[in-house]
Ligand binder design. Structure first.
Ligand SMILES: CC(C)(COP(=O)(O)OP(=O)(O)OC[C@H]1O[C@@H](n2cnc3c(N)ncnc32)[C@H](O)[C@@H]1OP(=O)(O)O)[C@@H](O)C(=O)NCCC(=O)NCCS
Length: 169
């Protein structure tokens, strides 16, 4: 059974339980599953080569949500040297597993990791027509910064969102 708990910070953290459900760091052996998940992404999909680079380099963190041996979601966070801003590069949950709080848990996990690395802000780009994702990010406290025209391969615009995750004081 999946165990969802409200963390002290107010977020929801999915914890690994006896059934093997939870968030963990992605491994090279997850490549097939990561690529399969990308098919459910609305355009601009990450290639196997890109995922391999992300998993092997030091400037990204990739996590998966696994349940009963199935990779049901993933998120990718990018860091830049000497920058207090991390970038949420990808977040996806397989349609069969959507609506259960998994994306929110992955997002919360990424925010905690960015804070631990000393980042103060998180940024991301989202399609302006991606209502579920926009709602997720807005409910989590992300603010629109600007619209970027012709951002995606199909020329659709993106909205840049940012969230302050740690005090600048
Ligand atoms: C967007 C996405 C990641 C949400 O995953 P999910 O696990 O179903 O989301 P959660 O169950 O954690 O929902 C968290 C919040 O997101 C919002 N949300 C999720 N699905 C939604 C939908 N279909 N319609 C409206 N809001 C939705 C809601 O605010 C929800 O909170 P609530 O249920 O308390 O209202 C998922 O739909 C997905 O993988 N889409 C394809 C890939 C994608 O677009 N990724 C984002 C790219 S920037």
């Amino acid at each position: 059974m999946l165990k969802a708990e409200h963390a002290a910070s107010g977020g929801v953290e999915l914890q690994t339980d006896e059934g093997g459900a939870g968030i963990r760091a992605a491994r090279l052996t997850d490549l097939d599953a990561l690529i399969a998940l990308e098919r459910h992404f609305p355009g601009d999909r990450l290639s196997r080569q890109s995922f391999r680079r992300l998993l092997q380099g030091g400037s990204a963190e990739v996590w998966v949500y696994e349940e009963a041996g199935c990779v049901a979601g993933n998120t990718v966070l990018l860091y830049r040297r000497n920058s207090a801003q991390a970038r949420l590069y990808s977040l996806i949950v397989h349609p069969r597993y959507q609506g259960r709080g998994i994306a929110r848990a992955l997002l919360h996990h990424a925010e905690q990791a960015a804070m631990r690395r000393g980042c103060q802000r998180l940024s991301l780009e989202v399609r302006t027509d991606n209502a579920p994702a926009l709602r997720l990010y807005q409910k989590d406290g992300f603010q629109p910064v600007r619209q970027i025209a012709d951002y995606y391969e199909d020329h659709a615009p993106a909205l840049r969102l940012e969230k302050l995750i740690a005090s600048t004081m």
